[in-house]
Design a protein around this ligand. Structure first.
Ligand code: XMP
Length: 512
């Protein structure tokens, strides 16, 4: 097989590290991230065709600040240092830094020098995004300054013989007007990489690797109908066909008609998929009787899920592997240099400790939008690919207070109206999530001439890019109005609807 061009992004703690890796992939070149603390042998094993050193929050040269591992230089491939990465390169090769009196934050004008390959097709005066305190004061031996700003004499430097380049600004962010062009110049003009990363070849490669690893064993997969597990199912189905055994635990906490829709969609896409649907609503509801505390609910649901899954899994012979839809951001977060707290949302509440499976994680190199692209390439329908995120514990965390069959049915009907109206107006494609929440209190109303004392529904609609932060959607008033009037007139037991106008933080998207 042809050698895949690969860019190694070394993470020094910048908030933009993942963005750098994505930008490289958007250009058809595979990229991976390693923390600066990785060992020499990890860097060697990565065997990149070029290296990008990320920015970072520290001051280079300060005691305890992240350093440049010599192993990276020994790889003898083109290097691009960004911001903190530039400072590390400057110090390493004998330059000096100055703690900027004229700190530059935000957009700034950059003047570039003629003749440097980094600036091919970049105008002589351009706008870039700066975010730094320190900058390079004196150039290291063998380097020349190739760009200036009003405040910084050496805003970019280059050693063309060693193919080492460095930028004080961030080319990866969209505020740098020719940032993508600058990255492309590094990838294709300087490092001479090939555009040989695309979804089709990645799928073929992953399918081949899975076949080789699984041989004649069986693989288990807990399917939830969400985009990640469905794409894993489709990919593994292509790779190993009937050796893949999917288990879909219907905990009875799905939205209106959802479990049936998911199963029929799966069979439509993959008629030969081995899929067991386990209907377990009674068991889940039984264990939730009298439980009001949100964390207690989550734990009970997680544990019950495992009990049901495990019982089913043990019936499948020769099951050596368990497949999971782990994505690249989860992988990176767990090895992050900043130790940022990882979101602890689990669909299945963790694996049973005594189940001895090897893990198969075919999406662990992909970002969410790449998973969607993969789903599309494999031929999954749009509805699956663009399905809203749905919490593992389902509607249980949208029913505040006790979960009962009656309250589930009220919420389901109200939520169904929300989904229908969002779809009808086309807003379902603009938002991150939109759903109904059943509150644990009744309020007074009047219907006809009679007093009512009934339940209240909160409507939660948010915009977000990654669910880490979110803002409430400015949904047009007429859509809110039709949702509200339909819920109150069509769902027995509800006499009031309110709209949630809180962002995350300080609120969260889900109410529990
Ligand atoms: P929060 O409420 O923390 O939610 O702002 C962020 C995103 O995560 C989803 N969510 C979950 N997803 N298992 C999941 O797979 C869970 O337990 C869970 N809880 C919340 C939520 O819908 C939102 O998209």
């Amino acid at each position: 097989m042809k050698q895949l061009s690969k860019v190694l992004v070394v993470d020094y703690g910048s908030q933009y590290t993942q963005l750098i890796a994505r930008r490289v992939r958007e250009n058809g070149v595979y990229s991976e991230i390693l923390p600066w603390t990785a060992s020499a042998s990890e860097f060697e094993t990565s065997a990149p065709s070029a290296i990008i050193l990320s920015g970072g929050p520290n001051d280079a040269g300060e005691k305890g600040a992240p350093t440049l591992n010599n192993a990276l230089l020994r790889l003898n491939v083109p290097i691009l240092g960004i911001c903190y990465g530039m400072q590390l390169l400057a110090l390493h090769f004998g330059g000096t830094l100055v703690n900027g009196k004229n700190r530059e934050y935000g957009q700034t004008k950059l003047k570039v020098s003629d003749g440097c390959l980094l600036w091919k097709s970049v105008p002589p005066n351009t706008t870039v995004w700066m975010s730094h305190g320190n900058h390079v004061k004196t150039l290291p031996n063998g380097f020349v300054s190739v760009a200036q700003t009003a405040a910084v004499g050496i805003a970019a430097m280059a050693n063309e013989d060693y193919k080492i380049y460095a930028l004080q600004f961030h080319p990866e962010v969209s505020h740098t007007s020719h940032g993508m062009q600058i990255l492309r110049n590094f990838l294709f003009e300087i490092a001479k990489l090939e555009r040989n990363w695309n979804m089709g070849s990645f799928i073929d490669d992953t399918v081949a690797k899975c076949r080789e690893r699984v041989k004649d064993s069986n693989v288990l997969l807990a399917l939830s109908g969400g985009v990640d597990s469905t794409v894993v199912a489709a990919l593994l189905h292509r790779a190993i066909g009937e050796q893949l055994h999917c288990i879909f635990v219907d905990h009875g906490l799905m939205r209106h008609g959802e479990a049936e829709e998911i199963v029929s969609m799966l069979y439509q896409c993959m008629p030969k998929l081995k899929l067991q649907l386990v209907k377990a609503q009674d068991l889940f509801l039984q264990r939730l009787v009298g439980v009001e505390d949100p964390e207690a609910k989550r734990k009970i649901i997680g544990k019950t899920f495992i009990d049901v899954f495990e019982k089913q899994a043990l019936k499948i012979p020769n099951a050596k592997f368990l497949a999971q839809g782990t994505l690249y951001p989860d992988v990176i977060e767990s090895s992050s240099v900043n130790g940022v707290v990882i979101k602890s949302h689990h669909n299945v509440g963790g694996l049973p400790k005594d189940m001895k499976f090897e893990l198969i994680e075919p999406l662990r190199e992909l970002f969410k939008d790449e998973v969607r692209a993969m789903g599309s390439e494999i031929g999954l329908p749009e509805d699956v690919i663009w399905r809203q995120p749905f919490p593992g514990p389902g509607l249980a965390v949208r029913i505040l207070g006790e979960v009962t069959a009656h309250r589930l049915s009220i919420l389901r009907r109200a939520d169904n109206i929300v989904q229908q109206e969002l779809k009808k107006s086309g807003w379902h494609r603009n938002i991150w999530q939109g759903f109904a929440v059943l509150l644990p209190l009744c309020t007074v109303g009047v219907m006809g001439d009679a007093r009512t004392y009934d339940n209240m529904i909160a409507l939660r609609v948010v915009d977000s890019v990654d669910a880490m932060t979110a803002d409430w959607t400015r949904l047009p008033h007429d859509i809110i109005a039709s949702i509200s009037s339909r819920i109150v007139s069509e769902v027995n037991g509800v006499n009031r609807v309110v709209y949630d106008v809180s962002s995350k933080p300080p609120s969260t998207i889900e109410w529990e």
